[in-house]
Design a protein around this ligand. Structure first.
Ligand code: SAM
Length: 221
């Protein structure tokens, strides 16, 4: 699952430049029975299966021991869960302070509660909906954090006025041609007057945010 998003485009470039390294582990490699069992029926009955604690603990503890050998100890352990804190740009920014992180992807009904209680440091949700597994969610989290790292974007100034960075949505963007099917680019953008352009963009950001996301304006005031 991880091969596409982590092996193409800007992300691949970031890997090549050493901005980020992704090490995907298969939880089944941390099992010791013939069938590589990673899940079992829930105590108390009910639908679905629950991911067993032993392979998850063993995987995380193994990775932590490997990192400790390189004298890396401050490593957050993030559980992907629809019950976690909602991912925002601000949370992604906070995570950029860590040089390493371990992300656990759940499956089925999720993970045994003891993982959450005794292994995990952060619980993150990517939205109020339920995916069938944590992999897509983990890729969203990784992508959101990694594009904030120095060296990821060719022009880091793209991050400055971006949606969700300063409490506003970004202004509308246009490129060539100046007229397409009789639809013209706003004149101010062709004027070369940078002060006027900045003013127009700020205004557009405020209008856009007010119309589409009044909750964001309320939060800021
Ligand atoms: N039974 C769980 C519940 O109701 O809270 C949902 C389990 S879900 C089917 C399986 C796995 O997908 C979860 O353990 C989690 O890792 C991942 N997942 C699903 N939705 C997610 C979301 N919105 N954000 C992050 N991870 C999610």
């Amino acid at each position: 699952m991880f091969n596409g998003p982590f092996n193409c485009g800007l992300f691949q470039k970031a890997v090549d430049k050493g901005v980020v390294k992704v090490d995907v582990r298969n939880i089944r490699d941390y099992t010791h029975d013939k069938h590589h069992t990673t899940d079992d029926a829930p105590y108390g009955g009910g639908a679905g299966m629950v991911m067993k604690p032993e392979p998850i603990f063993e995987a995380v503890e193994t990775i932590k021991a490997e990192l400790a050998q390189k004298e890396i100890t401050d490593v957050p352990v993030i559980l992907m869960t629809p019950q976690g804190q909602l991912l925002t740009q601000a949370i992604a920014q906070e995570f950029t302070q860590y040089n390493n992180m371990i992300i656990i992807c759940g499956q089925y009904e999720g993970v045994d509660e003891r993982v959450r209680e005794h292994l995990v440091t952060h619980e993150i949700s990517i939205g109020d909906y339920v995916l069938s597994g944590g992999e897509l969610a983990a890729m969203v989290v990784v992508n959101t954090i990694v594009r904030l790292l120095p060296g990821f974007l060719g022009s880091p100034e793209s991050l400055i006025s971006e949606s969700h960075t300063d409490g506003l949505l970004e202004y509308p963007q246009y490129t060539r041609p100046p007229e397409f099917r009789n639809w013209a680019v706003p004149e101010v953008l062709l004027s070369g007057n940078h002060a006027q352009i900045a003013k127009w963009r700020k205004n557009q950001s405020i209008i856009r945010t007010t119309q589409r996301r009044p909750d964001m304006i309320e939060r800021e005031s």
